[in-house]
Design a protein around this ligand. Structure first.
Ligand code: UDP
Length: 356
């Protein structure tokens, strides 16, 4: 069986690490990777392929740095051409980026089965580009691999038939378990001379593209007695410059880090503050409380358990200081860390049945 994987953004490289490792052990499955180039900086792309041992993409497109329509359109056109040549048995897409949607659209029009990993997540906020990408991708997918029961319910509510939905857990848990053993302290860490710190990431458009909201976030994070390490996404760097935002002294801005360093920071921090989907779950996987800088989250279970708090930009400093979270009891909210193998087994058995 030939699987063609379409990826293009940081969280997808990280998820692909687990799946590609499972595929390598499977003799009858061949994987062809298409990298759309949605993320292209070295520290947003290449570093993950090198340090996480992800097979190099056979196709590397250059569709990054464009508006949503232009980017998705170009990806669609180029992926279609590749699908014609490669004739895969299945197209696999992850998550909710433009590359996810373009991969799914190109495949469905050529009648190639589609597997969507991380299906069924919803913020119910259609202003988020990610939400549109998710809904449309789920509608055209044949295998919807969901991390939890709540994601399955979302799909059923949208009329997707139950036999296409598989609860397999969260593939990022597989990744967290594997790389925790291999985590690396960032070279610059000791020079900061910090005894304790809060880890923070900010990159989501709803925060970065609103100058008032982004300024208020930095104001709220400016607590002199709390050291904050902030590996900063290129989009946020540009916006800080554009809006001329002053960074409080307690915040140490660093370049985006590789995954092994990110895990080290997550494991060694006191608290995580983020607007990232992936980082919210990693906080839980590594037993850390999380403050999510958003009005809603797709990972509702963590909020329901009291491990994660959604904070509007106005209340950030109060929540950081009060820190009344529930103690994290580690159960398998998102599976057992064998999601990649489960996905591969399901695809393999269904596709084999169809070819016989
Ligand atoms: N990440 C990383 N280096 C960083 C910041 C994040 O390796 O400097 C990882 C993080 O551990 C998580 C993933 O990137 O696995 C999350 O990606 P991102 O926040 O870009 O996207 P989202 O999860 O919100 O879709």
């Amino acid at each position: 069986m030939k699987i063609l994987t379409v990826l293009g953004a940081r969280p997808q490289f990280i998820k692909a690490a687990a799946f590609s490792r499972a595929i390598k052990k499977h003799e009858s499955v061949e994987e062809v990777i298409v990298h759309t180039g949605q993320h292209y900086d070295k520290n947003m792309s290449d570093v993950f392929f090198t340090e996480m041992d992800i097979p190099l993409p056979k196709y590397k497109l250059r569709t990054g740095g464009k508006m949503h329509g232009a980017m998705t359109g170009q990806q669609l056109e180029k992926i279609e051409e590749i699908l014609f040549n490669e004739k895969p048995d299945l197209v696999l897409v992850y998550g909710d980026t433009n590359s996810t949607l373009a991969g799914a659209l190109a495949a469905v029009k050529l009648h190639i089965p589609i597997a969507h990993v991380e299906a069924g997540l919803r913020s119910f906020n259609k202003k988020m580009p990610e939400e549109i990408n998710r809904i449309l991708t789920d509608q055209v997918s044949d295998y919807l691999f969901v991390p939890s029961m709540s994601a399955k319910k979302n799909l059923l509510n949208e009329g997707i038939s139950e036999e296409k939905i598989f609860i397999v857990g969260d593939i990022m848990y597989d990744v967290s378990l594997f790389y925790k053993e291999r985590m690396v302290k960032p070279e610059w860490f000791d020079s900061l001379k910090l005894n304790n710190f809060i880890l923070c990431t900010i990159h989501r458009a709803e925060n970065t593209d609103d100058s008032i909201r982004l300024s208020k976030i930095f104001e709220g994070l400016g607590l002199p007695d709390k050291n904050i390490i902030l590996p900063l996404h290129p989009r946020t760097v540009n916006k800080i410059k554009e809006y001329n935002i002053n960074i409080p002294e307690n915040i140490k801005i660093v370049d985006p880090v590789g995954y092994l360093e990110m895990v080290w920071l997550e494991v060694n921090c006191d608290l995580i503050i983020t607007d990232s989907g992936g980082v919210q779950k990693e906080a839980y996987f590594h037993g850390k409380h999380c403050i999510t800088l958003r009005d809603e989250t797709e990972w509702v279970e963590l909020v329901e358990h009291g491990y994660n708090k959604l904070v509007n930009f106005d209340g950030i400093s109060d929540v950081i200081s009060s820190s009344n979270f529930k103690k994290i009891e580690f159960g398998s909210i998102y599976g057992n860390g064998d999601t990649a193998i489960k996905i591969l087994d399901i695809i393999d058995s269904f596709e084999n049945n169809m070819s016989h």
